[in-house]
Design a protein around this ligand. Structure first.
Ligand code: UD1
Ligand code: CA
Length: 475
């Protein structure tokens, strides 16, 4: 199947209908730019050459793709507009002796998958025709080129919407914008394509008509699943295509043994990986290169970006980025894990807790209302409710180090840089500015003094004074 193949991906257009600062082909779905999906698929087809034709915002497009797709070659389209010119410059950049097949794809059609395109290439090769079009029969053909067939049912030519007569416009078989040509066919016919049409562009879609004029044959492959041909020209189509891609990804993981309670509100990026027996509860986003191990439960209402979640961990109502959550750990509800958070096995990050650059050892707990930043915490530690690391002195960030089995009292402030030795404790409300030796108790709050009878004397007649007198006289 790999044969002798070049793939040309068209990505030079501006995408006017997106009304965006960002070039259309860089708009993301499933954690990747539109054209990135096309490139990912192209890479899997094992072609000898992958070319991406660029022009509009070419530097931005190239910069967004080079690192992830090192095999792709970027070809600059000149001022001559149109898909025909785009393919022509790409063909001219192929080695002069390349005589294989050229698969043409659009950077704005991200749903054509490897299976569909392999079958398409197979049909082309079996037919022996110099060109094969992918077509689809749709209810609403508006905006697409129409496939005009001759009396014996063969493809005669393609007519663009803007150049179509009423009869032609009524045809419901559309050009999907994906083609295979023999390289020699493109070299012969593209120089013959003119710009005499409604848009003043060189149309790639003129090539089939020119082949027919010379008595040659053009094959067509009608796809049964029309969604693989869906392109993105505006933001409504971006949302539709994004949802279709997500449905596909969710289904793939369901078949791999992942329970997804509500596919409609579960969003999984293409790069994420999930193990069998993971459970995803509603309203959850598993983004970028997040990986989730077996038995973990994620959600509801959770967003994980580039996170690693260990076996049997539980993460609910949480927002986390670049965090590592250990096996059997629990996170949430309402937790905010920022980059560099590493929670050990069986650890806990609880309600209204924010963490950043914090290594929290095995079995250690930060259960309630805390901020832990720039900290290294040992095993079996318990930070009392509302313990805070004061890591920033307005100029620099400093680290807090906490040894094994440390327990802090509620509302402890750890003013970094500071170190608490193993087994140390702090009293409630302690403001710890100096290191605490192993096993010591740090107290910084002045002893309590009670002024008896103060309320009855100074607040006479209030509900508090009345309640106090009742309790005091009852004794
Ligand atoms: C094109 C087809 C149409 C087909 C439809 C399928 C032509 C003339 N028309 O129309 O028959 O039904 O796709 O989706 O080919 N591009 C360039 N350089 C250019 C112009 C466009 O690289 O000068 C790229 C665009 O970035 C885009 C792709 O080619 O990725 C298609 O261009 P677009 O303007 O979206 O064509 P359609 O109007 O959709
Ligand atoms: Ca298009």
């Amino acid at each position: 199947m790999t044969g002798n193949l070049a793939i040309i991906i068209l990505a030079a257009g501006q995408g006017t209908r997106m009304k965006s600062r960002l070039p259309k082909v860089l708009h993301p779905i499933g954690g990747r730019p539109l054209v990135g999906h096309v490139l990912t698929t192209a890479t899997r087809l094992a072609a000898q050459h992958i070319e991406v034709v660029v022009r509009h915002e070419r530097d931005q497009v190239v910069a967004a793709l080079t690192a992830d797709y090192p095999d792709a070659v970027f070809i600059d389209q000149d001022d001559v507009p149109g898909t025909g010119r785009a393919v022509q410059v790409a063909v001219e950049a192929l080695p002069a002796d390349f005589d294989g097949d050229v698969l043409v794809l659009s950077g704005d059609c991200p749903l054509a998958d490897v299976d569909t395109l392999s079958a398409f290439l197979g049909e082309h090769r079996a037919s022996g025709a110099p060109a094969t079009l992918m077509t689809a029969v749709v209810d609403d053909p508006r905006g697409y080129g129409r496939v005009i067939r001759d009396a014996d049912g063969g493809v005669d030519r393609i007519v663009e919407q803007k150049d179509a007569t009423d009869d032609e416009a009524a045809v419901r078989e559309i050009n999907a914008g994906m083609y295979v040509f023999r390289a020699a066919t493109l070299r012969t016919y593209l120089p013959q394509v003119g710009v005499e049409n409604a848009q003043g562009e060189m149309y790639l879609t003129d090539v089939p008509g020119l082949l027919r004029r010379d008595g040659d044959r053009v094959a067509a492959s009608i796809v049964s699943d029309v969604t693989v041909t869906y392109g993105v020209n505006d933001r409504a189509q971006l949302a539709l295509v994004g949802r279709l891609l997500n449905q596909r990804i969710v289904r793939r993981w369901q078949l791999e043994g992942v329970t997804v309670i509500d596919p409609a509100t579960t969003w999984i990026d293409d790069d994420a990986t999930l193990a069998p027996d993971v459970t995803i509860l509603p309203n959850t986003q598993i983004l970028r290169a997040t990986s989730i191990s077996a038995g973990a439960t994620i959600g509801p209402d959770t967003t994980l970006v580039d996170c690693e979640v260990g076996e049997d961990a539980t993460v609910r109502r949480t927002d986390a980025t670049l965090a590592v959550i250990g096996a059997e750990a629990t996170v949430g509800p309402f937790s905010f894990l920022r980059p560099g958070t590493v929670l050990g096995a069986k650890g806990k990050i609880g309600a209204y807790v924010e963490t950043k650059n914090a290594e929290i050892g095995e079995g250690s707990k930060v259960p309630h209302l805390s901020y832990v930043g720039d900290a290294t915490i040992g095993r079996g530690v318990n930070l009392g409710a509302s313990t805070i690391t004061a890591n920033y002195d307005d100029v620099n960030k400093h680290r807090t180090e906490i040894g094994d089995e440390v327990h802090t009292g509620s509302h402890t402030v750890l003013v970094a840089p500071v170190r608490l030795g193993a087994g140390a404790k702090t009293g409630a409300g302690a403001v710890v500015r100096k290191d605490v030796p192993a096993g010591a108790l740090a107290m910084t709050v002045a002893p309590q003094r009670n002024i008896e009878g103060w309320v009855e004397k100074n607040r006479a007649g209030t509900g508090a004074a009345d309640a106090a007198s009742r309790e005091n006289s009852a004794e």
